[in-house]
Design a protein around this ligand. Structure first.
Ligand SMILES: O=c1ccn([C@@H]2O[C@H](COP(=O)(O)O)[C@@H](O)[C@H]2O)c(=O)[nH]1
Length: 270
């Protein structure tokens, strides 16, 4: 299924713009998982099973798996999501960016090895570096635009011929790179004014919005700035605030409770 078709169905069926980020850090796991060889998979699986009916997407961040030599557990986790929660889009947060021949390998890794439905990509190296992902016309390609971190302004706010670099990225993606309708953009919840500006430039292109929860972004401002006319258009990500809501064996139930509250807070402003 085309990533955008799956995303639109998930927005509607789950009545949700919430994306749960899967950033497993074993140092923060409940004690009963300590020392278990598949702890990363088991922790994420339980979070997924407890929240799948509340989300429009899951976003595993590859660094949290690779750092612990747990790419096999990431493969198993994405297989689990596809099998147990079919239709739930999986966005592999990898922020790849390299010359075309290397990008081809990254695209195979994301879409064929890991079976992700979408990937985050750094647009800094230009169109030929993004083509190998775009060539998978049914997969989502979500380009960094205005990131949630404070240092994002160092480059993304530079003037490039009368507009800011992040505005140029938004325009390029919407007007030139999105021929297959499979592009999205990353815009941080920590900068609602820029979310509004990006929405103005890109029309209905979906925005992946990290920065609520642990980073303190404002949900009401994010929704007001970024929703499309039909009250969708956003994948609003929260990772740590949901994953580590509980510290004991009931961690998945605690995560569900925070995910429910977060979805409700988002929906209150749509
Ligand atoms: O601009 C960006 C792009 C990506 N991220 C990623 O989103 C999550 C945020 O985690 P929280 O715990 O909800 O803060 C994480 O995986 C980042 O790598 C981002 O924060 N900002």
């Amino acid at each position: 299924m085309h990533f955008m078709t799956a995303l639109k169905a998930a927005w509607r069926q789950r009545d949700s713009l919430l994306c749960v980020g899967l950033d497993p850090d074993p140092a923060k796991f409940p004690a009963h998982l300590a020392g278990r060889p598949q702890a990363i998979f088991e922790f994420c699986r339980d979070i997924v099973d407890a929240t799948a009916d509340l989300v429009c997407a899951f976003k595993p961040q590859i660094a949290y798996f690779a750092a612990h030599r747990a790419e096999d557990q990431l493969e198993a986790l994405i297989d689990h999501i596809h099998e147990r929660h079919p239709g739930t889009p999986v966005i592999l947060d990898a922020k790849r960016g390299d010359i075309g021949s290397t990008a081809e390998q990254y695209a195979v890794e994301a879409f064929e090895r890991f079976r992700a439905d979408a990937i985050t990509v750094n647009p800094y190296m230009g169109r030929d570096s993004v083509e190998p992902y775009l060539a998978y016309g049914d997969k989502g390609v979500i380009l960094l635009c205005r990131t949630s971190n404070p240092g994002g302004s160092d480059l993304q706010f530079l003037d490039v011929g009368g507009e800011k670099l992040y505005e140029r990225v938004a325009r390029l993606v919407a007007e030139e790179w999105n021929a297959s309708g499979n592009c999205g953009l990353v815009v941080g919840a920590t900068f609602p004014a820029e979310i509004a500006r990006v929405r103005e430039i890109v029309g209905e292109v979906p925005l992946l919005v990290p920065g609520i929860g642990a980073q303190g972004g404002d949900i009401a401002a994010t929704v007001a700035a970024g929703c499309t006319a039909d009250g969708t258009g956003l994948m609003i990500n929260s990772s740590r605030a949901i994953l580590y809501a509980g510290k004991n064996e009931d961690f998945a139930a605690a995560a569900r409770s925070v995910a429910q509250d977060t979805r409700a807070a988002i929906n209150a402003h749509r």
